[in-house]
Design a protein around this ligand. Structure first.
Ligand SMILES: Nc1ncnc2c1ncn2[C@@H]1O[C@H](COP(=O)(O)OP(=O)(O)OP(=O)(O)O)[C@@H](O)[C@H]1O
Length: 618
């Protein structure tokens, strides 16, 4: 049966009274409403002007007598099992809400009404930027109305229909919001039990809001398990299906399903029949596409653990590598609803700090900092390609090379001021080093250097040295990608053309096969260079996510050890991205700050592990 709001009749009973000013409305055009000389004191002054509201129909008026509020009904936002949801314009305040309108004919049974009341009661208690805010509840003869914060950009289902899949940075952005919102819900002892893409709404500012508390339930005491089988088939946790008794962990399972669906384009256990889906859920049968990053796979796998007690807590999810590594957009453009965004290249230096839920002072989700959490080491490289990379980069760093851009390119400027590179660029390139040799040198250095020398300045002149810090050889298909110590990133394509990206990820130089130079910014890529620029960004992202020296993820500092000009160097990059390079000879004599020494010591232990596990050469 239809649950449309009918155009009200003047003869309707007292519940649906017409406020006086409604009679004074006249339609100026079908899309424009003018309010003339309102007499009601509750209408603010700013309403006494033309309202250019395209889709609010003055013939559809909803009156809440309990708060003396009049709404105009606008466009349909969506339909659920029970409700139709419309935009509602509050004529008192000119604010637009979302009104879930449920026809009373559809809630004739007591348990159905009970469900709505429970939904309202639970949602009322929640106030969080990632939970749809409850505004009011009222009824008239025909309908029940739940007035909520408006999420004008619909849900992630709608977005995914347009986009098919989302990029990992976008998924990070939405998942972080989702986990924060669920954290708030759980903190109020509520399990949502119906987390799915359709209940992840997006507001005007592209913020995620958790909606639909129709299946939510509150946990009365610690350890209470719920037995009711409920949820949406594709997202339902195995313990719910198997009536093992479920609790908050069922929401963590659903978060894993949401993550999977956003990245892969369909929920993990989706099949053509309900029965098969349930078999897959209970046998934990799903496939993780290898195209997902290792961190994303890990995030999903942990959430989709068959045993609820072994699933990660929400704070562990917030501190997971997937949510703390890689680019986390601060905001997303509305264009992302339909088009894949182009993100600036993420660099490890920009990683967010270890995460703490911050909305409440006494939030049970506590900050966890895992010191020196993850380390990857890369120590050898094929030297001819690296030589070429350094050569290209050195050419690229001539003063006029990059087009002028507003933001400072600190590292680039530093190179600009440097002396001309020595003619024999091979001298610049790192030799392939073995982990064992490096371990020996580092150990000698650490064992002999003074233990706490706070004032040893970095080695003179070393800041001018450029070396390859990361590389990826994909020359069987496209070319050789590299990153330099000054954060310049480049690709030597197989067709002998080269492309270089400035350290601030904005300016690009392209040398074609005849070495003709073109410069542009990432905001304005020439059409013919789109493919190569995309490859450059792909290489950059790959190097960033897979090839690291020794990165300390708790504070984003970094220790790089390298061999050049017959000497070993340690470069320490601090939280502010400023680099100090020390020659090990100098360190043995004069030492360095305690913090650096601690990180070197840690790097040594990592190298040692590596040598023990992998043998001498890596
Ligand atoms: N606050 C809101 N802002 C914008 N749109 C909303 C809002 N709440 C709900 N909607 C839209 O209305 C649709 C129906 O809402 P909802 O799913 O809550 O109704 P329901 O009948 O309770 O659904 P269900 O069948 O899932 O229980 C949603 O899919 C969504 O597109």
């Amino acid at each position: 049966m239809s649950v449309d709001v009918l155009p009200p009749k003047l003869t309707q009973g007292p519940v649906f009274q017409y406020p006086a000013h409604i009679h004074q409305m006249k339609e100026t055009r079908s899309t424009q409403v003018e309010i003339c000389q309102p007499r009601r004191s509750s209408i603010p002054d700013n309403a006494n002007m033309k309202l250019h509201i395209n889709h609010f129909d003055p013939n559809y008026i909803i009156y809440d007598s309990s708060s003396d509020t009049t709404y105009l009904r606008g466009r349909l936002l969506g339909k659920g099992g029970f409700a139709r949801c419309y935009e509602l314009l509050d004529l008192n305040t000119n604010k637009i809400y979302a009104g879930k309108i449920i026809a009373k004919t559809r809630i004739s049974k007591p348990h159905q009404r009970q469900k709505i009341i429970r939904e309202v009661e639970l949602q009322k208690t929640l106030h969080h930027k990632h939970v749809v805010e409850f505004h009011s509840y009222f009824e008239d003869d025909e309908n029940v109305y739940i007035v909520l914060e408006n999420c004008s950009r619909k849900s992630l289902v709608h977005m995914l229909k347009q986009r098919k899949t989302l990029t990992e940075p976008e998924v990070r952005y939405y998942l972080k919001a989702l986990v924060e919102g669920v954290g708030h819900i759980h903190k109020h002892n509520i399990i949502h039990r119906d987390l799915k893409l359709g209940n992840m709404l997006i507001n005007d500012s592209m913020e995620l809001k958790i909606a639909d508390f129709g299946l939510a339930t509150s946990i009365g005491y610690e350890g209470e398990k719920k037995m009711t089988v409920c949820g949406t088939p594709n997202y339902i946790a195995p313990e719910v299906l198997q009536k093992r008794g479920h609790s908050y962990e069922a929401d963590v399972w659903a978060i894993g399903c949401v993550a999977y669906a956003l990245l892969v384009g369909r929920p993990p256990f989706e099949t053509s029949t309900l029965k098969e889906t349930y078999v897959r859920i209970t046998s934990n049968n799903y496939v993780l596409p290898p195209t997902l990053s290792a961190d994303a796979q890990d995030f999903i796998q942990k959430c989709l653990c068959n045993e609820p007690e072994l699933r990660p807590s929400l704070e562990q999810l917030l501190n997971s590598d997937f949510l703390t590594s890689g680019h986390m957009p601060k905001t997303l453009s509305p264009a992302c609803c339909s088009t894949m965004p182009k993100f600036p290249i993420y660099t490890k230096f920009n990683r967010p700090k270890s995460y703490a839920v911050s909305d409440q002072k006494h939030d049970p989700i506590e900050k966890i900092i895992v010191p020196f959490k993850k380390v990857d080491i890369q120590t050898s490289v094929e030297s001819t390609k690296v030589d070429k990379a350094v050569e290209v980069a050195e050419r690229a760093t001539s003063p006029a090379a990059f087009p002028p851009i507003k933001s400072p390119i600190r590292e680039l400027e530093r190179i600009d001021r440097s002396e001309s590179p020595p003619s024999n660029s091979r001298e610049h390139s790192p030799k392939p080093r073995s982990a064992a040799t490096l371990l020996d040198v580092l150990s000698t250095c650490l064992d002999h250097m003074p233990k706490d020398s706070e004032h040893n300045p970095p080695s003179q002149g070393d800041s001018n040295i450029v070396w390859v810090t990361k590389w990826v050889d994909y020359s069987n298909k496209y070319g050789f990608g590299f990153q330099l110590s000054n954060d310049i990133i480049g690709v030597l394509f197989n067709d002998t053309s080269r492309i270089i990206l400035s350290p601030d990820n904005r300016a690009v130089q392209y040398y074609d096969m005849t070495s003709k130079l073109s410069t542009f910014t990432l905001e304005c890529v020439p059409e013919e260079l789109e493919k190569k620029t995309t490859l450059l960004l792909y290489f950059a992202r790959y190097m960033d996510e897979h090839l690291i020296q020794v990165n300390f993820f708790d504070d984003h500092t970094k220790v790089i050890m390298n061999y050049m000009r017959n000497d070993y160097f340690v470069t320490y990059i601090d939280e502010d991205r400023s680099a100090s390079t020390y020659s090990m000879v100098n360190l043995i004599q004069d030492g360095c700050r305690k913090g650096i020494m601690e990180r070197m010591t840690f790097a040594r232990s990592m190298l040692k592990n590596l040598v023990d596990i992998e043998g001498a050469d890596i």
